[in-house]
Design a protein around this ligand. Structure first.
Ligand code: HEM
Length: 438
């Protein structure tokens, strides 16, 4: 960690431990960490994500005690968890809802990072580790979705593993290795269970690196200006432990609403039918958090090109720190960038919306105005093509060019200066006005 340690061992035992394994010093330094004093609530999502990760691991380990990862037993063992295991329904619903809540939090965390330029120097590695976490999260969620061995699990696994098969030369061998045979079957379920158990611990290790990479430069902040003096910061504890704790409590209310009042809202009804290789579901769709990528994949009719676009969409997130040429970090001072950013957010929602619908569905039945080139293609296909095009234009054209061309608004000199230069503030160096004596 950067900076000077404030820890002084007080007892002989503490001194003994400190000279051998400075673990108490490590904890105290984390708590005392100088944190910019102007962080807003968007900065509480890192803590919320840590809460989600712990929740998923704890509930997942308990579920695994009762789950049977075999082709014949998986579906019925989940029925057993829901009906026979004490509070099994609660543990399962926390785990399934938790996956969605985890993605809600991670998307907010990523969009916060983009808006405030948190990925810019010297935090590029912090961002890259974050992007790696996101990738492993998507894989973990996919493996988990297959485990109930319902009909959507089965067909989802078929579609996703066939995507890998589109890679020239090595693709088919990788698919065979991944599914454990020539088609999705019991061995697939078994190895997905193994990987689903393993990956959260890889995420946990990456989160450790993420926090380490955060503590070297320290947090950025909504103004995007560097910390200039000690007066720009406050210790992490109690200021941000309390603020993060409050945000986690609010987040838990939303979480509980889904767990207790609509636990199946984010699940697919087709997954209540056991896996059936002879019955393809009417709509094969992934979970909501993967829909934008699914729309990009399907926007291009050629399978391999679709797979390249999908991989490219994820690669753009990794490349962002090296695509952005702006010298100003926060979009608060970049009005044009802000506009394109908000269009980008809407664009991702549009992609998600398109991903949820079949390409041969029509937004408004009978409306075929966009069928200009190919009469088989409907509005959703065109909408997803336009949205996918903007996605790439945002990263590959707007972000690099706008950074060079736009004129940003004046950026404050330090974190404290906007407060101190406010007309209502006392002049620098002056103390608060003395109270009037009656
Ligand atoms: C399990 C997932 C994750 C956890 C537990 C996590 C945790 C955290 C924590 C605790 C912070 C400090 C508080 C805050 O700024 O919110 C942070 C900051 C940050 N995270 Fe994450 N994170 C995760 C995923 C990601 C992802 C997917 C990305 C980007 C692709 C990312 C990028 C960043 C960046 C750039 C910062 C620095 C923010 C700043 O100071 O301006 N993180 N993360």
């Amino acid at each position: 960690m950067s900076g000077h340690s404030t820890y002084e061992p007080k007892t002989a035992v503490e001194r003994w431990i400190d000279t051998r394994l400075p673990i108490i010093r490590f904890g105290v330094d984390l708590m005392d960490f100088p944190t910019p004093k102007n962080l807003n609530y968007w900065w509480t999502f890192g803590g919320i994500l840590a809460f989600c990760l712990v929740t998923q691991i704890v509930t997942g380990v308990i579920l695994a005690m009762h789950f049977d990862p075999s082709g014949t037993g998986a579906f019925s063992s989940l029925q057993g968890i829901m009906r026979n295991v004490d509070y099994g329904w609660l543990i399962r619903y926390i785990h399934t809802t938790g996956a969605s809540m985890f993605f809600v939090a991670v998307y907010i965390h990523i969009f916060r990072g983009i808006y405030y330029g948190s990925y810019k120097a010297p935090r590029e590695l912090l961002w890259l580790i974050g992007a790696a976490i996101y990738l492993v999260m998507m894989a973990t969620a996919f493996f988990g979705y297959v485990l109930p061995w319902g009909n959507m699990s089965f067909w989802g696994a078929k579609v996703i593993t066939s995507i890998v098969g589109a890679v020239p030369v090595i693709g088919p061998s990788i698919t065979t290795w991944l599914v454990g045979g020539f088609t999705v079957d019991a061995p697939t379920l078994n190895r997905f269970f193994s990987l689903h158990y393993l990956f959260p611990f890889i995420i946990a290790a990456l989160v450790g690196l993420h926090i380490w990479a955060l503590h070297v430069p320290g947090n950025s902040n909504p103004l995007g200006v560097d910390v200039k003096s000690k007066s720009d910061t406050v210790p992490f504890h109690p200021y941000y432990t309390v603020k993060d704790g409050f945000a986690i409590a609010l987040f838990m209310i939303l979480f509980a609403v889904f767990v207790f009042y609509m636990p199946n809202a984010l699940l697919d009804t087709d997954n209540n039918i056991p896996a059936n290789p002879l019955q393809t579901p009417a709509h094969i769709v992934p979970e909501w958090y993967l829909l934008p990528y699914y729309a990009i994949l399907r926007a291009i009719p050629d399978k391999l090109s679709g797979v390249i676009a999908l991989a490219g969409a994820i690669a753009c997130i990794f490349a962002l720190p090296f695509l952005d040429t702006s010298r100003v970090r926060s979009m608060r001072y970049r009005p044009q960038a802000k506009l394109y950013f908000f269009i980008f957010v809407v664009d991702c929602l549009v992609l998600g919306f398109c991903g949820a619908h079949e390409p041969n569905e029509q937004v408004i039945p009978g409306l075929t105005t966009f069928n200009l080139l190919d009469s088989d293609l409907n509005t959703y296909v065109w909408l997803s093509r336009i949205a996918a095009a903007y996605y790439f234009v945002y990263f590959l054209v707007i972000t690099p060019i706008l950074g060079l061309r736009e004129t940003p608004l004046p950026v404050p000199e330090s974190i404290s200066s906007p407060v101190l230069s406010h007309p209502a503030a006392p002049p620098a160096g002056a103390t608060a006005s003395p109270e009037k004596k009656g």
